[in-house]
Design a protein. Structure first.
Length: 210
């Protein structure tokens, strides 16, 4: 796993309170502690920001851009971030239940101790990304492209990987007994001996213990 670049943020940021978000608006060098409800805005740009303790309610920000951003203790449940671009972004202790990341692009991104069951990453592009101690149960990674991606000590039970090559992806420290994947998807994946037994049985083979 290559070294992931951290967000490049100044020590002190002004706190910004916003009442609305418009298409193609830009926010930079600020800290958010609130976000308006019921927002639909496209191509919004967020750069060099810290977003701490914010609850996002009924928010749709498709095709948004996030550069050098830290989310900390935020609730992004059901947020629409489809086709978004993330560069040097960290999600720390965040709730990401059902977030729509379909067709998003991730470069140098870390998810640390996040709750992200049933999140959507279909057709997403990952390069230098780490899910560290995350709950991803029931998440979808269909037809995704993964380059230098790590699922360190994460729960990936019942995750859908169909159409996604897991070659050179280390799953050996993950918690799962069943994932959705085709034989070709799993070719070259790194797994533990215990996981190998579970996967053999998924493909209809029976293990005989003597």
């Amino acid at each position: 796993m290559r070294k992931i670049q951290s967000p490049d943020l100044p020590q002190d940021l002004d706190v910004l309170t916003i009442d609305k978000v418009d298409d193609r608006s830009t926010y930079e060098l600020v800290e958010f502690k609130n976000f308006p409800n019921s927002v639909y805005a496209e191509h919004v740009r967020f750069q060099e920001m810290r977003i701490k303790g914010v609850v996002f309610e009924d928010i749709q920000l498709p095709s948004s851009t996030w550069i050098d951003v830290v989310f900390e203790n935020c609730d992004l449940t059901n947020l629409n971030l489809s086709m978004a671009r993330f560069t040097r972004v960290e999600f720390v202790h965040c709730k990401l239940v059902g977030v729509d990341f379909d067709q998003a692009t991730f470069n140098d991104v870390v998810f640390y101790q996040c709750q992200a069951p049933y999140s959507l990453f279909n057709l997403a592009e990952f390069q230098d990304v780490r899910f560290d101690q995350c709950l991803l149960k029931g998440a979808n990674f269909i037809d995704a492209n993964m380059t230098f991606l790590d699922f360190t000590n994460s729960v990936i039970e019942d995750v859908q990987f169909t159409g996604t090559s897991l070659s050179n992806i280390d799953l050996s420290q993950c918690d799962f007994t069943f994932i959705h994947a085709e034989e070709n998807d799993l070719r070259g994946a790194i797994i533990s001996p215990e996981q190998a037994v579970d996967l053999i049985e998924v493909f209809g083979l029976k293990v005989k213990y003597e």
